[in-house]
Write a protein that binds this ligand. Structure first.
Ligand SMILES: N[C@@H](CCC(=O)N[C@@H](CS)C(=O)NCC(=O)O)C(=O)O
Length: 136
């Protein structure tokens, strides 16, 4: 109980501090932004508000100008969906629905790496995408 309060307090402090740290957002053409928006319809981020790893992931989303559905995994039905789909309650987790397949991606660094590859400076968001995992 005390540990949970401490963790939440610390998480909220980190959120407050990060509020004052500017995010340098990516620049892309309107056409590319439209492709990004169309693609990110298929994604949702399961997260806790005061989790530092989730904050780091949310900042990456802002930097890359990506809008995904953000779902509070403390509450149902999202918590139950995360457990049923991903197999564990751990956040952040990015749910990627690519039509015939649903991927539940855990680990903030893996999620950010994936988003950087797919939507970062070097990417071509309007083309088909092949993800290169850092562990491949
Ligand atoms: N290495 C992981 C750490 C994630 C992590 O520890 N998340 C915590 C919240 S900050 C969690 O989900 N804990 C499970 C729980 O509280 O039920 C990452 O970078 O994503």
């Amino acid at each position: 109980m005390l540990l949970k309060l401490l963790r939440n307090g610390l998480g909220n402090l980190v959120i407050l501090i990060s509020f004052f740290i500017p995010i340098k957002k990516i620049k892309r053409s309107d056409e590319d932004q439209k492709c990004v928006n169309d693609t990110t319809n298929e994604m949702s981020l399961y997260q806790f508000h005061a989790c530092p790893f989730c904050l780091k992931t949310r900042r990456a989303l802002k930097k890359l100008k990506i809008q995904v559905q953000v779902r509070d995994a403390l509450k149902n039905p999202h918590r139950a969906d995360l457990l049923a789909g991903g197999g564990k309650i751990k956040v952040p987790c990015l749910r990627i629905d690519s039509g015939d397949e649903i991927t539940w991606m855990y680990e903030s660094n893996d999620i950010i790496n994936y988003l950087e590859q797919r939507f970062g400076e070097e990417s071509t968001p309007c083309n088909k995408f092949n993800y290169q995992s850092s562990t491949d």
